[in-house]
Design a protein around this ligand. Structure first.
Ligand SMILES: CC1(C)CO[C@@H](CC(=O)O)CN1
Length: 430
């Protein structure tokens, strides 16, 4: 018999210049998952999933427009996939009016962890606040109870710092100063120096990070007496790129000196062991298939020039598996009530609630690792800690923020052999 079709809408940031064009790798990854789910005989038997998608250019207005296209053109969509924090904010806030669950594979904004505003939002991309318990854990591990914060004035960093401040208070870690800047960090770095800041958490996008690094070189706020926390998802040699055309007046060597020893935290987006995941692939298998898909689209992976969203591609792949598993559970649940998933309509609150409950209890091993959601729909994720040692990032360990377990490899190195202090130690004259 012909399979019944279930339709989902997809909004991917592909073109455009502002924000994150991660749809370039995430849309192919989602298509791969659609193929795998439809070929999986244990899932959605009697149904086939269809994806209808548009480019949002990571622009909320365009995101709203393409959502409108998806909703006002047949066939009815049963769920929406979206990327980019700004687009997910717009789409997820509106989607509940159409009883649509929204699954975001590329949205890090802490503001999205809000069930009042986003009743039907789930995300396979962790919130930026996932770094904070790890930052606190590292401060406690190294005995730092006096830290400073330097941030770029962007919404995602402002709300991340608010969460970090709360956690510092609970952990009795003093924030000696919180400095923010729009584009030029000179004054903010000067204020850090005035406050004798030694342990600094830095929150900024990569272009601003280069400006900060050059500024701390010039103001000598680096070396054996200082420890900087940077974000870990910048590209590998980020501190050497673009110095000329971004007007950074430090040499590569000076940038490397300033960068020596800094720590980074980031959410783990690729499964870290070679276990077979729910799709039957290991993370390596997935990476190989993704490279093949991307080279079909003209991306030359070996040249090192990865498409935007490569890092997050597992999140898009696992988002489709999460919705397929949730649909599977919902079909069984509805059958008990003599109902069918294909009866879903934008005014059908009952089926929306069944899909919501199914997603809420979905948990599986995906190519992005263990995939499960908090009660706010946030991705539960591992974080990874690295340190820049002699110009390369060394893996120091992982932190499981759900079970509060730190896996540490004792690889950290300090220029002066001992852990830097968080303040000037007054020499006691005996
Ligand atoms: C880790 C990063 C780069 C954070 O921003 C996400 C995009 C967004 O939050 O808009 C994509 N992933």
């Amino acid at each position: 018999a012909k399979k019944k079709e279930l339709h989902i809408g997809g909004i991917f940031p592909i073109n455009g210049t502002g924000g994150w064009q991660g749809g370039q790798a995430c849309e192919p990854a989602a298509q791969m998952a659609l193929l795998d789910v439809n070929n999986n005989k244990d899932l959605l038997s009697g149904y086939t999933l269809k994806l209808h998608w548009y480019d949002s250019e990571c622009e909320p207005g365009r995101g709203a427009a393409v959502m409108y296209q998806l909703l006002y053109k047949d066939p009815v969509k049963v769920m929406l996939l979206a990327g980019c924090s700004t687009v997910c904010t717009t789409v997820a806030e509106a989607a509940k009016k159409w009883n649509l669950i929204v699954l975001c594979y590329g949205a890090s904004s802490p503001a999205l962890s809000n069930r009042q505003r986003f009743e039907t939002l789930f995300r396979t991309h962790p919130s930026a606040t996932v770094h904070n318990p790890t930052r606190i854990k590292l401060m406690q591990k190294f005995g730092w109870s006096r830290v400073a914060i330097l941030q770029q004035a962007e919404e995602v960093f402002i709300s991340t710092v608010e969460d970090l401040e709360e956690r510092c208070k609970v952990a009795k870690i003093e924030i000696v100063t919180r400095q923010s800047f729009l584009t030029d960090p000179t004054e903010a770095v000067r204020n850090l120096k005035r406050q004798d800041a030694r342990i600094v958490v830095g929150l900024f996008y990569v272009v601003a990070a280069r400006r900060v690094l050059c500024e701390i070189f010039k103001q000598k706020l680096y070396g054996k007496a200082y420890v900087w926390f940077f974000i870990g998802w910048y590209e590998d040699k980020w501190y050497e790129f673009g110095l000329e055309d971004e007007g950074i007046n430090c040499t590569k060597e000076e940038m490397r000196q300033a960068a020596e020893g800094h720590l980074t935290t980031e959410a783990v987006m690729w499964n870290q062991d070679n276990r077979t995941t729910i799709s039957g692939m290991t993370e390596k298998d997935f990476r190989m298939r993704l490279h093949a898909e991307l080279s079909k689209k003209g991306f030359d992976i070996d040249s090192g020039r990865l498409p935007e969203g490569y890092q997050e591609a597992p999140l898009a792949y696992d988002a489709v598996w999460a919705l397929a598993l949730a649909f599977n559970k919902t079909i069984e649940k509805l059958a008990e009530q003599g109902k069918k998933l294909e009866e879903f309509s934008y005014t059908n609150r009952g089926i929306r609630d069944e899909i919501y409950n199914a997603l809420n209890t979905t948990s599986f091993l995906g190519v992005s690792g263990k995939t499960a959601f908090s009660e706010k729909g946030d991705r539960i994720a591992l974080t990874q800690v690295e340190q820049m040692i002699n110009g390369t990032y060394n893996l120091l360990g992982y932190y499981d923020t759900e079970n509060l377990i730190m896996q540490w490899y004792n690889k950290e190195k300090w220029t002066s052999e001992k852990v830097p202090q968080d303040r000037t130690i007054e020499k006691t004259v005996l």
